[in-house]
Design a protein around this ligand. Sequence first.
Ligand code: NI
Length: 179
Amino acid sequence: MAIREVVIYPDEILRRENKTITVFDDKLKELSKDMFDTMYKNDGIGLAGPQIGVNEKIVVIDLPEEDGSQGNNQVVLINPEIKKLEGDLIESEEGCLSVPGYNDKVQRYERCTVEYQDLEGNKQIFDNVDGLLAICLQHEIDHLHGKVFVDKLSRLKRERVHKKYAKYVKDLKAQKEGQ
Ligand code: NI
């Protein structure tokens, strides 16, 4: 088990191109385990590769049970692609481990269809799913395209968040160097 450092917005690592995964080996399984560990440590429900500095097309998701517990709904998505977005645009209150402590409302589609590969390289599909899973899939797959949920906010809000987190990252770096 290894907890990785989470890349904080507006780090440009989150904007880089993410590579398609072609090798389905034990190293990939280890990576997915590290991603779950890192996600749980930070109380998240989804995490994408670039968020731990791995610019590859991998996402992990684990939606909590009604009592808030996690571990029963683990999904690893390799090379996920949104095939269809359906239904109305709905308002979704989101946060992101790369923007710690900030939540805001953004618009998402009600339902989506996503094709992906599992850890063995087999093709899988989430067919026209809705609810939190649909939102989470859209949020995480955005990360694989270099997008963060704050990109969807109004310009004014975006600028404010950008400024706040640029300072946060700078202070964090200064703190580490001072130790
Ligand atoms: Ni996120």
